[in-house]
Design a protein. Structure first.
Length: 370
């Protein structure tokens, strides 16, 4: 009889794990809070061993075919171009693939046989009770059920992590940064499509990513810990006003206006999730729920795909889940910690705090043109 597993979260980590566990003969159910796949968002990167995962899953060619090739510009306060470069051609990015977030989610989703894997949208876990031989799960909607294992792939603000491991603040390292995303299709940049435009000043960064027939605006800024909750829809707009109102540099007034009017504004704090263990009993965490590195590292998606694959393979290779979980914790941790360690240098480049750091940031990109 197949072992039954429940995966909370239908993004890169959850869908990758669903693919592998189904392949290895498990009965797989995925529950996702959203009403559909979350396909919005700016382009993301698939790097290093995550590309090998894609090859093993048979989706590398699809990912490569949807690669997002673009030019980036650093601009000044008066919209003058200070530096222009193609990030895909830089030595440190050679071989990596940048792709629209929605394209990658769809590619992984379509690789999963829907007649074998049950994917439930518009629902979430409300209670978990562990026993020696099973995990009993209650849902916000519908009847309770029991599973052999439960996997939390439900992001930085993971419900599974909170229910099983404890409060989010016990594992969250705040990076002193907040960010906001919103659609900005109407903002005229004067640049060709598939151009990313970046404006920086001390402690602040504004970006417009143009791709396909759309554009996203991003505001990023350093700040002390602020009073807000990630489910609050109005407080983030008040915060954005406090930090950006009255700043007439570059496109900041237009970006701020777009965010204040947006119905789908995404606002959050930049953080890392750091845990002493990603497993407890018959429950395991993967992706951002376990080890969110922050978008400043550019490695969130790759960690999600790699971690999910490693965990699935360890479960396949070891009948005893405790051994599999131990190997997952020990085997993946050195790489996760090395990725986490990259964040400080990235922050100095993207959100310089001194004039010297701002000049160094500009020079770093200028040198790429030579």
């Amino acid at each position: 009889m197949k072992k039954q597993v429940l995966i909370s979260g239908a993004s890169f980590a959850g869908l990758t794990l669903a693919y592998w566990l189904n392949k290895f003969g498990y009965g797989v159910t995925v529950v996702e809070l959203g009403k559909d796949l979350r396909t919005a968002g700016s382009p993301i990167d698939v790097r290093g061993d995550a590309l090998n995962v894609a090859i093993e899953m048979g989706i590398y060619n699809q990912i490569k075919a949807n690669e997002f090739i673009h030019t980036d510009e650093i601009v000044g306060a008066d919209d003058q171009t200070l530096a222009r470069f193609a990030i895909n051609s830089l030595p440190e990015y050679l071989g990596d693939i940048e792709i629209h977030r929605g394209d990658l989610v769809k590619i992984i989703y379509e690789s999963i046989p829907k007649n074998e894997v049950e994917i439930v949208f518009g629902n979430s876990i409300s209670k978990l009770t562990q026993h020696d031989d099973r995990v009993e799960v209650s849902f916000e909607k519908g009847e309770s059920n029991a599973y052999d294992y439960v996997f939390g792939a439900d992001g930085t603000h993971s419900t599974v992590r909170r229910l099983v491991f404890g409060p989010e603040n016990d594992f969250k390292k705040f990076l002193g940064v907040y960010f906001a995303f919103a659609a900005a299709d109407h903002i005229q940049t004067g640049r060709p499509k598939s151009t990313g435009i970046v404006y920086r000043e001390l402690g602040k960064q504004a970006v417009i990513f143009q791709f396909k027939d759309a554009a996203n605006a991003i505001l990023v800024f350093r700040a002390p810990k602020l009073d807000w909750h990630y489910r609050d829809r109005e407080r983030p707009k008040q915060i954005l006003r406090e930090y950006f109102a009255g700043n007439s540099n570059w496109k900041l007034p237009e970006i701020l206006e777009a965010m204040l009017k947006a119905n789908d504004l995404y606002f959050d704090e930049a953080c890392q999730i750091q845990m002493p263990t990603w497993t407890k009993g018959r429950v395991a965490l993967i992706g951002d729920a376990a080890y969110a590195p922050s978008f400043f590292t550019g490695m969130g998606t790759s960690l999600a795909m790699q971690g999910a694959t490693l965990l699935a393979k360890e479960l396949h290779a070891n009948e005893d889940h405790q051994i599999a979980f131990k190997k997952y914790n020990e085997g993946f941790r050195p790489f996760v910690e090395s990725v986490h360690a990259r964040v400080d240098s990235s922050l100095r480049v993207q959100l310089p705090e001194t004039l010297e750091e701002l000049q160094a940031s500009f020079e770093a990109w200028t040198n790429q043109q030579e």
